[in-house]
Design a protein around this ligand. Sequence first.
Ligand code: E4P
Length: 287
Amino acid sequence: MRPDKLKARIFLDGGDPHETQQALALLGFLDGQTTNPTLIAKNPQAKKLLERGEKFTKEEILNFYHFVVRELSALMPLGAISIEVYADPATTADDMLLQAEKMFSWIPNAHIKFPSSAEGLKAAEQAVKRGMRINMTLCFTQEQAAAVYAATRGAKKGDVFVSPFVGRLDDRGEDGMQLIANIMRMYGQGDSHVETLTASVRNLGHLLRGLQLGSDILTAPFNVLKEWADQGLPVPDEGYVYDPKGLAPIPYKDVPLTLNWNQYHLEHDLTVKGMERFSQDWNALIK
Ligand code: E4P
């Protein structure tokens, strides 16, 4: 059951509806799910097909992704289900938008994921104007989060998420949770139309610190949600002390929220690497 003190929404990060059923049974609630190309590639049905030496056609893989998110939507009709466009570093905004239009029509509760790159931001600005709900993924800096804010001004609260990837920053020795704190502080000067979704969660510490910081949404893999459930779904208060385990601090920057989105510095090597990895995992599924 959802703890009374819990204000944030909790999503499962995964690509397997059976796992979603298990998480729902374990927690007693779930507010949505995030998917991405790598997670779809890890779906047991997709893995079995690959193990048989078979692959999908381009049409089949999209049908499969559609089938998976339809199942998720049926399990969580009131939740938010994130579906990611295919985007390698050369994919244009127009191409992303075409995919987004299609994917947004798949289920009534879709949020479309675009990368926090220049082309991704361009696509996001148009997508919001066309009434789509979005989730800006592969966010690694305050500037990228400020650009998301700027590109989506006027959007309804609940329609725009930004996903800072904490685990991938930790992986290279930077304290990812500090990026969440910095973005929350920066967004505190704004109108709250963008919700912060703590992503790339790798352990219970990330989840608890995200809750303590007031992240609007947290998405976590099944094993982390299970650990949380096993401990009785604790919701930390001010007394909780997060241990960054010697990771390098990410200092807060005074980034204004008033510029046009294309005036912010958007480049980050992890955003490019992330797009490369997602597209490689996706292409490996296709004949
Ligand atoms: C969710 O939206 C993200 O795609 C996911 O949390 C990324 O996690 P990873 O860094 O463990 O791949």
